[in-house]
Design a protein around this ligand. Structure first.
Ligand SMILES: Nc1ncnc2c1ncn2[C@@H]1O[C@H](COP(=O)(O)OP(=O)(O)O)[C@@H](O)[C@H]1O
Ligand SMILES: [Mg+2]
Length: 249
């Protein structure tokens, strides 16, 4: 059993003093080193930092895709730190959506079929109407029957976002969602995410390298060597770039 625990009111997820180590005794890497971070409901958090600073590890731990070495992970009102594998799978399927830089769509399936997949996997009835509504909400009402190779990069990422949103997750996690897109497509995907937060109260946690992307978020945390070393609230792209440059120096 996962324990139902008292989350801070209005918190969709939280890491408490989380450490994550990789490797054996010989070559141990501490990818996260005492990270505490809460994701308030209905807000967008961006995670930045140099390559290898632990951004993806943070995202995977917060989403229950990876176990932590110590500390606590809270998600949607549950302590998932010590959840059994099958429970964790269930929590992941119901409570989180995940978007990757490389879209990870299934090439042989249409947009509609890709979006329906998470519902099938969690054993839910697939309502065509619901699937179409989600695709329409990301601006792809006229692309339902297209396969990934028939769509632009920006459109493929929209399908991936629709797929992540179809289960109405408590938190949408995104690892460099605009990293493979041209700047116009990136802007449009970021606008879509911003709208999901402002209009539907979606909680988003996003890793990015791009200061312009981070500047669309409500708050930005900066990682270095597995630790949170800086935070900014509603920073400009310029401010984000300056802080990042200071870390990479
Ligand atoms: N599966 C793994 N096995 C061993 N080391 C890993 C693994 N995943 C990540 N690491 C190491 O942990 C550190 C943080 O990695 P990562 O979270 O991917 O950083 P970022 O996303 O910021 O580039 C790096 O030193 C990386 O090499
Ligand atoms: Mg990464």
């Amino acid at each position: 059993m996962t324990n139902a625990i008292e989350l801070q009111r209005g918190t969709a997820g939280e890491l408490r003093d989380v450490t994550r180590e990789y490797g054996g005794k010989q070559a141990r890497v501490r990818a996260l080193d005492g990270v505490s971070l809460a994701f308030p409901e209905g807000t967008w958090t961006a995670v930045m930092g140099p390559s290898g600073s632990g951004k993806s590890t943070l995202l995977h731990c917060a989403a229950g895709l990876e176990r932590v070495s110590s500390g606590q992970v809270l998600l949607a009102g549950q302590d998932i730190t010590a959840a059994k594998d099958d429970e964790l799978t269930r929590v992941r399927r119901r409570q989180i959506g995940f978007v990757f830089q490389s879209f990870n769509l299934i090439g042989s399936l249409t947009a509609e079929q890709n979006v329906a997949l998470p519902l099938r996997l969690s054993g839910r009835r697939v309502s065509k109407k619901e699937v179409r509504a989600v695709l329409a909400s990301v601006g792809l009402a006229d692309r339902m029957r297209h396969r990934p190779r028939e769509l632009s990069g920006g459109q493929q990422q929209r399908v991936a976002i629709a797929r992540a949103m179809v289960t109405r997750p408590s938190v949408l996690f995104a690892d460099e969602p605009t990293g493979a897109l041209d700047s116009a497509s990136a802007r449009s995907v970021l606008g879509l995410l911003r709208g999901m937060v402002d209009e539907a109260g979606q909680t988003i946690v996003m890793v990015t390298h791009d200061p312009a992307a981070a500047a669309r978020a409500d708050s930005v945390v900066f990682l270095s060597d597995g630790r949170i070393v800086d935070r900014a609230s509603r920073p400009s792209a310029r401010e984000v770039a300056d802080r990042l440059a200071a870390l990479e120096a």
